[in-house]
Design a protein around this ligand. Structure first.
Ligand code: DQA
Length: 147
């Protein structure tokens, strides 16, 4: 069985659908994960989706992905702008990580302009709503082998 790609959703993303829909749209996290699952299956690949509101749990999931996954799509939510621990976890593993944001963080408050994750990610996709995740997954479906 080939290794999956991990989809990691950070804090407050479990609230998608009802959370600030004018910014994040109306799709729920389940809607997004379902579409990503279908997309991976079309490429004969699989994904595993996780959501956590806890920084340490995200660190543990990233460490786990290092041996169990071929890549990570991560939307670290607000931890993007604060978490050296998540950046260090990504630096410690040897698989590609794509950073995702649904909103265009550069059109928003200045405190959202800095990302601890961007320097350790292979790339960043932001501003395309739920489609940001699909674009990021496409990159990993093309880039990563099934290990
Ligand atoms: C976000 C942007 C972050 O600034 C914010 O804290 C989030 C969501 C996005 O997907 O646009 O929780 O990562």
């Amino acid at each position: 069985m080939s290794k999956p790609i991990y989809i990691l959703h950070g804090p407050n993303l479990n609230m998608l659908g009802s959370r600030e829909p004018e910014i994040y749209g109306h799709d729920t996290l389940e809607d997004i994960n379902d579409r990503l699952t279908d997309r991976a299956e079309q490429s004969n690949r699989s994904i595993e989706c996780f959501q956590s509101n806890h920084e340490g749990e995200m660190v543990s999931l990233i460490q786990q992905a290092g041996s169990k996954a071929t890549g990570i799509v991560i939307n670290a939510g607000a931890y993007t702008h604060t978490s050296l621990a998540i950046a260090d976890a990504i630096s410690a593993i040897d698989i590609p990580v794509v950073e995702v944001h649904m909103s265009n963080v550069y059109q928003r408050e200045e405190f959202r302009h800095y990302s601890y994750i961007s320097p350790v990610a292979i790339g960043v996709i932001c501003g395309f709503g739920a489609q940001s995740y699909e674009l990021a997954l496409d990159v990993l479906l093309q880039a990563s082998t099934s290990g």
